[in-house]
Design a protein around this ligand. Structure first.
Ligand code: ASP
Length: 428
């Protein structure tokens, strides 16, 4: 009998990531200037492989969120519960973001990454700010004028609103509603099956993404910005490994070690894709299958979190604000910092979780406190790696809030949460 255990999906993804980094670094070192390799391998094979993988995840997002949220709403015995769920999740999402940025500002003030003279000369990149949406516009945009359009554009908040209203109508529509609810439950099974099928592509997709990134990324830029880079990483690590476990333990009593361990796959996906939106299929799977959260909660809190909850991004913004102020020799006052916390927390509501969006939000924050937006050019060189890391923190935050809300609503199977192998069978 063959006693060799099959590799788990997580292991395969880690191997894909390691191989990708190695191959990318070798290509950069040996063939950095070779046009043939750059055109055909890096911007040919690697680009196509990575894009196909990310597209396959994005392809799932709209059907998955819509169908599972409709099912979730139909299965709520009492639709008035929705208001309570919404209130709790938004409060938790905004509070954790405010904590994150406060921590980041504190750490940055303590270490002063922008105080050394050298950083001013590090970059000749430029940054022109895209328009960030105003708060009124964000409010207006929540109500879809055309649900098909919302789906075509992948506008998460609008899809959430439409799915909730649709789900509520199903529960109120008697016999006809019951038939439609059954149909949506079957459809949900089918969509979840598709998620599992496509997740098996992940090790290859991650390989291509990493190989492309490391064939091109210039790690020497990190050298000049090492202090900024490390302060952001440090704050992200403290938030993920200390703040989250503490909040989870205090508010639910559940084991934070199990939580962190079960977050592995979602965090790896988030790291490779740098997009909370694209990671959503995996976050939902993790919350429902591995952590035992009922779909009626997760289908609501996870997409909401992917859009409005960006603790990792807020951390980058906190450190970047202090860094840019220090480089330009501008002193920020306590009211300035409060304004930064408020703006960064609110800015996260209106912006989707896609790669690089944090920089657009940062432009908005800098403008609020009259710091030069061009300062973003200083940090742009190291942003991709930080984007990947902060996205992993963003999805960890989404999952933590999901668990807290589910536990408080008693919509969680604790046996599944405590079972180390729950939801892992498909990996074999
Ligand atoms: N990439 C991040 C996300 O998708 C957003 C950002 O920080 O740019 O969550």
């Amino acid at each position: 009998m063959n006693s060799k255990k099959p590799l788990t999906l997580t292991m395969k993804i880690i191997i894909g990531m390691g191989l990708g980094i190695t191959v990318g670094a070798i290509i950069q070192y040996l063939f950095g200037d070779n046009t043939f390799v750059n055109d055909n391998i890096v911007n040919g094979l690697f680009l196509a492989g990575g894009k196909i993988f990310v597209n396959s995840l994005k392809m799932l997002v709209v059907p998955l969120v819509f169908v599972s949220l409709v099912c979730g709403t139909c299965s709520l015995a009492d639709p008035s519960k929705l208001g309570r769920l919404g209130g709790k999740s938004i409060l938790l999402y905004l509070t954790t973001t405010a904590i994150a940025i406060t921590l980041a500002i504190g750490l940055a003030l303590l270490i002063s990454p922008g105080a050394s003279e050298t950083v001013t000369m590090t970059s000749n990149a430029t940054f022109s700010a895209k328009e960030a949406p105003s708060f009124t516009q964000v409010l207006i945009n929540i109500m879809p004028s055309n649900p098909i359009n919302a789906m075509a554009e992948g506008n998460m908040l609008q899809i959430i609103v439409f799915a909730l209203l649709f789900g509520i109508s199903i529960t109120l529509a008697g016999e006809a509603g019951k038939r439609i609810a059954l149909f949506f439950n079957d459809l949900n099974e089918v969509v979840m099956k598709l998620v599992v099928i496509l997740m098996n592509l992940a090790p290859y997709g991650v390989f291509f993404l990493m190989a492309k990134l490391f064939s091109e990324i210039s790690l020497s830029t990190i050298g000049n910005l090492i202090q900024y880079f490390l302060v952001v990483l440090g704050a992200l690590a403290i938030h993920a490994l200390i703040t989250y476990p503490t909040i989870l333990k205090v508010l639910t009593g559940l084991s934070p070690v199990i939580f962190i361990r079960k977050m592995r796959d979602a965090a790896l996906f988030a790291f490779s894709t740098a997009s909370s939106n694209a990671t959503m299929p995996v976050t939902l799977e993790t919350a429902t299958k591995k952590m035992g959260v009922d779909n009626s909660i997760a289908s609501f809190t996870v997409p909401l979190g992917a859009t409005i909850n960006m603790d990792g991004t807020a951390i980058m913004q906190g450190v970047a604000t202090v860094f840019i102020a220090q480089v330009y020799g501008i002193d920020l006052t306590v009211p300035d910092f409060l304004l930064v916390i408020l703006t960064a927390t609110l800015a996260s509501i209106g912006t989707a979780g896609v790669p690089g969006v944090g920089l657009i939000m940062l432009a908005m924050v800098l403008q609020q406190v009259n710091l030069p937006v061009e300062g973003i050019a200083l940090i742009i060189g190291v942003d991709r790696l930080l984007d990947m890391t902060r996205t992993a923190v963003n999805v960890t935050g989404d999952s933590m809030v999901t668990i807290i809300v589910a536990k408080s609503e008693k919509e969680m199977e604790l046996d599944v949460y405590n079972d180390p192998w729950a939801g892992s069978k498909k990996e074999e």
